[in-house]
Ligand binder design. Sequence first.
Ligand SMILES: *Cc1c(COP(=O)(O)O)cnc(C)c1O
Length: 382
Amino acid sequence: MSGFSTRAIHDGQPFEPRTGAVIPPIFMTSTFVQDGVGGLREGYEYSRSGNPSRDGLQTQLASLEGGRRAFTFGSGLAAEDALVRAVLKPGDHLLMGNDVYGGSHRLMNRIWAPWGIELSTVDVADLDAVRAAIRPTTRMLWVETPSNPLMTVSDIAALAAIGHEAGAVVVADNTFATPALQQPLSLGADVVVHSTTKYIGGHSDVVGGALVVGDDAELAEGIAFLQFAVGAINSPMDAWLTSRSLKTLDVRMERHSANAQRVAEALAGNPAVSQVFYPGLPDHPGHELAGRQMSRFGGMVSMRLAGGPQAALDLVRHTELFALAESLGGVESLICYPAEMTHASVKGTELAVPEDLLRLSVGLEDADDLIADLEGAFAAIG
Ligand SMILES: *Cc1c(COP(=O)(O)O)cnc(C)c1O
């Protein structure tokens, strides 16, 4: 098998056969002409069931995650919703990490729990706690690593073994690491979830999601049917943008990781910062595990401020390159106050995040400029 970037650039992305256009066109069509009733060209009938732009992206993603099949959706949460429908039924137990993305928890807690899914959360970095939290009805174990926003690293291979022993489908949200840094299917996970809105899209211009399935053909069939029958698909334009972005994923992740390491080291030496969360720092509790499980440490850095919540709220008013916004993974750096932004939906729950916490999505600008921007903001708030 060829290397990661070669597959990213070529798998599912053939030259256009009629004209030789190097880039496959965007198939902006809702339907396809039939050569007589049922005479479908290459199986294409209607764009909810299949569209070449979406298929190209799905082929590319399956290849990069080392999965059999991939399915793309209109958002990360739409993908997650399809996965729950495919696997769980009322009375089944879903065990989730206790610092998963707030919207993932909201989907399960506010939408699926009222439909009869038993939901509980646990620290997935603590394997004994996970074993203790498994119930006879546990049918899905949901892991996000590194987690958002505290950058906790969990052992995917060990969790997959625990989940499988219990008869559960093991799900890994790989949004933060991307397949360029970590491939959960090769570590034993059954399904990978992505918000392709983030690093995979990479340019803050498209919302999307994906599921990538390993060897479980029946699960893949179930998801394929839901994608068609429920229809939470992404558009051809969005699929095309995401395919374009995947081609540069590896080089982007390399630079995101290098920049984040520099930023994290600078913050670790700053007395106004009480704690830095970055797996690339030697004193991070998941540093060693991340070194085994990931090829680089990624572009996300969180920090707690010695000056408390007010210092955090003040700092975000003084950065210039780090723009105050939700989301992450784009070429431009962003700063976010999780307690009131990305994690507002889990305020007051067991998933609530510290109020002196700031999360940085370290972009692809020059690291010196990013560090100067943060130092300037710290100087401004004294
Ligand atoms: C953003 C995000 C999601 C949800 O994806 P959307 O595309 O916003 O629906 C899920 N998981 C993680 C880790 C995320 O960062």
